[in-house]
Ligand binder design. Structure first.
Ligand SMILES: [Zn+2]
Length: 223
């Protein structure tokens, strides 16, 4: 058990939120303290998952509108969505991101895509709206406080791909450790609103705890 001597934060763009320590993160702190025998007071490095490779908003050609100040929020829970639209072979997901943004701006008057991170069937992770800006929804729930991760596909009819689930686990573990969000907060959209989202085939992995287990294992593996 190394004695750690510095404090670090994950690079998370311009806004890094510190809210509360999750029980798992606190447990990690206690283990680190217990293993440290230095005469100096131990300075604990927060165990943080490295960021996944992310196609930034700039890279996919995002052109967001103006974010009203009242949309600012602090993410403190993890919420999973699906697109609700079946995937097609050979789709260009950068183009799909631009079309999703344009649709939201024209039809819904949203300033940006509705989610914070979006994951293509091949596991490519796209940056959506800024994490410090609350998401958008067609349903009745307050999106403030939610870090929104969407997987492309209609999981009422399709299964999420293995690559997509691997990427989702990485994104969720990274968000949890970087933003001090309790992984136990992981839920699906339908837990908050009248909707089938994130689709039966993805919701099943939330209901049986298997997605949460993978996220927690990923966090533990970083220590
Ligand atoms: Zn949803």
């Amino acid at each position: 058990m190394p004695c750690l001597s510095s404090v670090s934060q994950a690079p998370l763009g311009p806004v890094v939120y510190r809210t509360r320590k999750s029980p798992i993160v606190l447990a990690g702190f206690l283990v680190l303290f217990a293993g440290c025998r230095s005469a100096q007071p131990p300075v604990v490095e927060q165990p943080v998952i490295g960021a996944p490779v992310i196609v930034s908003a700039g890279e996919w050609g995002s052109a967001p509108g103006r974010f009203a100040p009242e949309l600012r929020h602090t993410p403190e829970r993890l919420t999973v969505h699906h697109a609700g639209v079946a995937t097609k072979p050979g789709e260009d997901y950068r183009d799909k991101m631009r079309r999703l943004q344009l649709w939201g701006q024209r039809e819904k008057h949203w300033p940006d895509v509705p989610y914070h991170f979006l994951i293509a069937p091949d596991g490519t992770v796209f940056e959506g709206r800024p994490l410090g800006i609350a998401g958008a929804t067609n349903t009745e729930y307050d999106t403030r406080g939610h870090a929104l991760v969407q997987l492309f596909g209609d999981f009422e009819r399709e299964e999420p791909t293995a690559a997509q689930l691997d990427a989702a686990v990485h994104v969720l573990a990274w968000l949890s450790t970087s933003l001090d969000i309790d992984p136990m907060s992981l839920r699906g959209h339908r837990d908050y609103a009248k909707t089938s989202c994130p689709g039966a085939n993805l919701y099943r992995l939330l209901e049986d705890g298997s997605l949460l287990t993978r996220v927690i294992e990923r966090i533990r593996g970083a220590r």
